[in-house]
Write a protein that binds this ligand. Sequence first.
Ligand SMILES: [Zn+2]
Length: 132
Amino acid sequence: MRLVIRRDDLVGIIKSAGESEGEICGFLLGRIEGSAVFVEEVRGTRNKLNSPIAFEIDPLETAEVLDEAEGKGLEVVGVFHSHLECPPVPSGKDIEGMDLWRNVWLIVTPSGGFQAWILENGEVKEVRVETR
Ligand SMILES: [Zn+2]
C-alpha cells in the first residue's frame, strides 16, 4: 500500500506543525485506487485537547468533514497529526484511534519528518509515502 500526496500539501502540513504549540490534526480526503491512496485535499481540524502530546477531533467537526467529502465526491482516506517531541511513529493512544479510523494515518514532525501507517489485522504497518 502507498499514500500519494502532493508535495505542497505535505509541506503545508509540516509547516503548520512547526507553527503550532500543540499537535495539529485533520483529515486527508481523496480516493483509493487498488493499493494506492490518493490525497486530493488536506482538511485541517481543531485539536480539541489543545495539547502538545495528544490530539482529539471533535465528533461534530468530523461529521462536517464527512459531509464536505461526500459533497466533493471524495472519501476520508486518512487522518494526519503531528508529533512535537517524538518520531512520527504511532503512540499507544494513536493505535487505539487507528482501530476506530481504519484508514491511513500520516504523522509529521516540525523538523520535516513524516511517516504513514495503517492498522491491519491488529498490526501496525508502515505505508510508503510518495509525493507528486
Ligand atoms: Zn500521535
